[in-house]
Ligand binder design. Structure first.
Ligand SMILES: C[S@@+](CC[C@H](N)C(=O)[O-])C[C@H]1O[C@@H](n2cnc3c(N)ncnc32)[C@H](O)[C@@H]1O
Length: 277
């Protein structure tokens, strides 16, 4: 893998990461929600709903116009439509877009939803068009996430909010202080895939094995997402407020007894940003 990274530069990287995302999400699309208990589990869904409500309240003079990029099967899009937002959902995957169009046909027909099948790097909107720009589990898929964010900031109106969720916190790849916490973290991280495989086996499903190494390019120990870089964009673009909030993620459909211990002994491994322009 190191060799591939080493050989990839600039345009090459962009093209390869985009290609990998199209392939992975083509394969994942039809079973995406089933494959991701860490997203579609009830606790995480509750957390997203409540965060979106808070975000909504922060927006000044809102016309409820939102951009959801890397929209997938509509995790954020569906909630925003329910909250009365007019949503532009952008996704690089034709299969994800097809699901979005089918799932939210009535909103599409009424014009409350627009689905755009493009890489977010290639979209072109008006300056200050959106009250809210949101994504969930997308930044680490983008070849140059800082560059993409810098461009998106322009499409956010003054008084609007950028909400970027489900990225690895700075603690994700780091060891914990103390032998016990390290042991718990290792046990918890290793036990999740085993529980998932057992669960899917029990309900008669074989979990397909995907290669995420290029599609999830910045979700890697040797080149993790750079949080300072993200925060510098908010600073440079004159945001009035921004904050990173960290949280623990439940990663299985069925109960993992280690989660409770993990939550109380280890630092949160995930995070989201709320930034007000
Ligand atoms: C992990 S999924 C998250 C989907 C959805 N946001 C959710 O919360 O479930 C990442 C999504 O980002 C999309 N994606 C990846 N790279 C992209 C890019 N450059 N532009 C637009 N969408 C992209 C993928 O096709 C996929 O649907």
């Amino acid at each position: 893998m190191r060799t591939i990274d080493f050989l990839l530069t600039g345009g090459d990287l962009q093209e390869k990461v985009h290609e990998a995302n199209i392939v992975v999400h083509r394969l994942e699309a039809s079973c995406y929600e089933l494959l991701h208990p860490e997203v579609y589990g009830s606790q995480e869904q509750k957390r997203i709903n409540s965060t979106l409500k808070t975000v909504d309240k922060l927006i000044v003079d809102s016309h409820k116009v939102a951009l959801d990029f890397g929209a997938g099967t509509g995790n954020l899009t569906g909630k925003l439509l329910g909250m009365g937002y007019k949503v532009t959902a952008v996704d690089i995957s034709p299969e994800m877009c097809a699901i979005l169009r089918k799932k939210y046909r009535t909103y599409l027909d009424s014009g409350q939803l627009v689905v755009v099948n493009l890489p977010i790097e290639e979209v072109d909107f008006n300056k200050g068009e959106f009250d809210l720009i949101a994504c969930y589990s997308v930044l680490h898929h983008l070849p140059d996430y800082a560059d993409a964010l810098q461009k998106l900031v322009i499409y956010l109106k003054k008084g609007g909010v950028m909400y970027l969720d489900h990225e690895a916190s700075p603690f994700y790849w780091k060891g914990e202080s103390g032998v016990l916490a390290n042991l718990v973290k290792n046990l918890y991280f290793h036990s999740n895939p085993i529980i998932n495989v057992l669960y899917f086996g029990l309900i008669g499903l074989k979990i397909p094995c995907f290669d995420y190494s290029l599609s999830d390019y910045w979700h890697r120990n040797d080149h993790p997402l750079n949080h300072e870089k993200i925060e510098r964009i908010f600073e440079k673009s004159g945001f009035s407020f921004f904050r990173r909030l960290d949280y623990h993620l439940k990663r299985t459909w069925v109960w993992n007894p280690l989660f409770f211990i993990y939550r109380y002994t280890c630092r949160p491994e995930m995070c989201f940003y709320v930034a007000k322009k």
